[in-house]
Design a binder for this molecule. Structure first.
Ligand code: ZN
Ligand code: ZN
Length: 598
């Protein structure tokens, strides 16, 4: 293993920033541990729009009309569904498919514009546009935080929610697989609010990136709710047989949410309205509804069965009772199943406490814990007792170190502390080398074992590091140090991240890889004697190398090709191409132009 690492010397793959091809690979793309890296999310699931306007951000959007079609730059497009076709304003033939990538805004009638930099695929059905976004998992989690956490003030509570939301998504996996996507954007899956995504929420998701709660080797069923009212509910009473009975979803008292003040509510429902609502859900009360009383409560005190009396008496499960009122009278009326009911003539008065089903994490309680200085780990172990937090089933105890330039996640802080200074030095070098400035703080994540690295990244053991967004995931520092590649790996990945953050979407990987190698060691690149015959196969070998050998050749080939381009056009021109795209003659295969690598 070490020998191979030493022999490769360069090592890495999967630089995902600015990757326009992402969408096509997304569906099948998951690593060894089963973590999806990209999720397919149906936007406007409940109300698919008939029309959609797309406008490029900073001239950086492209479109295609099929997966294999040619990509063209667009500045704006107005789409309209007619039957199962998509009409594009100013374009004669209608399309059955329309794909957008790059950076852009989309407007559906009435909604504020959504800013996006993930690929979308649009199809049409019965006069509506079906819009599927290929979102990086962590961006999806950030959007769920925006949708599900309202105005949380505590960062630790937000982090706990990020882990709960990520675990929930992984536990349920692809709920809409039959419809061709993974998650809808409503509370059926988790409420997604893309317009609410901001830098702060991104930093929250990022601080817990990849962390999941495990139970029995699987991502746990991390249910959560708004406010338990002082006692959580046993999952069994809410989920029935949909979930195996889970010891981490047991009833327990919650002193925290009670400190936030009153959790009580009161609502009145007219008996006539109630009878109509029940009937609409198929619950028929004989005669005219006269009385309602609690028949049975669960041990937490929540109502389990309701007795409804007309000319006779029927028993209604409290879950069905509440959802009938929610669906047909209003979800804001009966906030939970924890209530007493009293008769007021033609109306019923419900006095209750808490909000939501009460199972799992209580958001108000989590917020109070965070404000009282508890960490997200403490919050999670309070609400999901017996689960383990980690990036893989092993549960890795990460510790974070940081200076003003870079963050470091490690399990051995004393051992790895010096890497912070090293990384800062390389960042300054990269900025001077390229004239570009880092847009976000890089994170170095150093796995404690090769197995943990492989589990979490899905990379083979001969890959030293893998970069996604602003996180560089690395093999244990000792392994790299002994292979003599620790410094070169960090240097390479940091420069890579910088270049990728400016690269025009669709910039080939061979160019980005080759440029990083060339900038860090111009002389070594010029000496590469790889015969670059075909840039297409070079690109393929870089993206998914069949072996360590093929990977090594591909890196050498990319390096040689870029060194050659640098001789022809000059270093500054190449840096310019990063942001503005490569000219056709640079993308054309190099065989004929090759002047020999010496
Ligand atoms: Zn759904
Ligand atoms: Zn609570």
């Amino acid at each position: 293993m070490k020998r191979l690492l030493a022999a490769v010397g360069l090592l890495l793959l999967l630089c995902r920033a600015g990757d326009a091809e992402l969408g096509d690979r997304a569906a099948a793309n998951s690593s060894h541990s089963g973590f999806p890296q990209t999720v397919r999310v149906r936007l406007w699931y409940l109300h698919p729009p008939r029309e959609l306007r797309i406008r490029a951000d900073a001239g950086r959007a492209q479109m295609r009309t099929c997966a294999a079609c040619k990509t063209t730059a667009i500045t704006a497009a107005a789409l309209r569904a007619t039957g199962s076709k998509i009409e594009v304003e100013g374009n004669k033939p209608a399309f059955s498919e329309f794909r957008v990538s790059g950076a852009y805004q989309m407007n559906a009638a009435g909604d504020p514009p959504l800013r996006a930099d993930f690929p979308i695929e649009i199809r049409a059905s019965e006069g509506h546009l079906l819009i599927t976004a290929f979102m990086p998992m962590e961006e999806y989690i950030t959007g769920v935080l925006a949708g599900e956490t309202g105005n949380f003030k505590s960062d630790e509570a937000l982090k706990a929610m990020a882990v709960a939301a990520r675990t929930y998504a992984m536990h349920f996996g692809s709920r809409h697989a039959l419809e061709g996507f993974d998650f809808c954007d409503t509370t059926h899956c988790q409420d997604l609010r893309i317009v609410g995504i901001d830098a702060h929420l991104r930093s929250i998701a990022d601080a817990t990136a990849g962390e999941v709660l495990w139970y029995d080797g699987e991502p746990a069923a991390t249910y959560y709710h708004a406010n338990c009212g002082g006692t959580t509910e046993d999952g069994h009473f809410v989920l029935g047989n949909n979930e195996p009975r889970a010891p981490f979803l047991v009833q327990h008292s919650d002193q925290y949410c009670l400190r936030n003040g009153s959790t009580q509510w009161r609502t009145e429902v007219a008996k006539r309205d109630l009878q109509r609502a029940l009937a609409a859900d198929g619950v028929v009360v004989p005669g005219i509804l006269r009385a309602v009383s609690v028949l049975h409560r669960t041990p937490s005190g929540r109502v389990e069965f309701i007795r409804v009396t007309g000319n006779g008496t029927i028993t209604v499960p409290a879950l069905a009772f509440r959802s009938a009122i929610g669906r047909h009278i209003g979800w804001d009326r009966m906030k939970s199943n924890w209530y007493d009911v009293s008769d007021a003539g033609d109306r019923l008065i419900f006095h209750g406490r808490g909000s939501g089903h009460g199972v799992g994490l209580c958001q108000i309680g989590a917020e109070v814990m965070g404000e009282e200085g508890r960490s997200y780990r403490e919050i999670l172990s309070f609400y999901y007792p017996g689960t383990r937090l980690g990036v893989s089933a092993q549960g890795i105890p990460w510790q974070q170190l940081a200076n003003e330039d870079v963050a470091l996640l490690t399990t051995r802080p004393d051992h790895d502390r010096s890497l912070l200074t090293l990384a800062t030095g390389f960042m300054h070098e990269s900025e001077e080398n390229t004239g570009l400035l880092y847009r976000a703080t890089p994170r170095l994540k150093i796995y404690p074992t090769i197995a943990a690295f492989r589990n979490s990244t899905g990379e083979p053991g001969w890959v030293a590091a893998s970069t996604r967004g602003r996180t560089i995931q690395m093999q244990p520092s000792d392994v790299l140090r002994e292979a003599g590649t620790l410094e070169s790996t960090i240097r390479h990945e940091l420069l890579h991240m910088l270049i990728d953050s400016y690269a025009l979407p669709g910039t080939p990987l061979w160019f980005r890889e080759g440029l990083v190698l060339y900038l860090t060691a111009p002389n070594a690149s010029a000496k590469q004697s790889e015969n670059v015959v075909d840039l297409k196969s070079l690109e393929k070998a870089l993206r998914s190398p069949a072996s360590e050998e093929e990977s090594r050749h591909a890196y050498a080939g990319a390096s040689a090709r870029v060194a050659q381009l640098a001789r022809q056009h000059g270093r500054e021109t190449l840096l310019d191409w990063v942001q503005n795209g490569l000219p056709a003659n640079a993308v054309a295969s190099g065989a004929a132009q090759r002047t020999g690598g010496r």
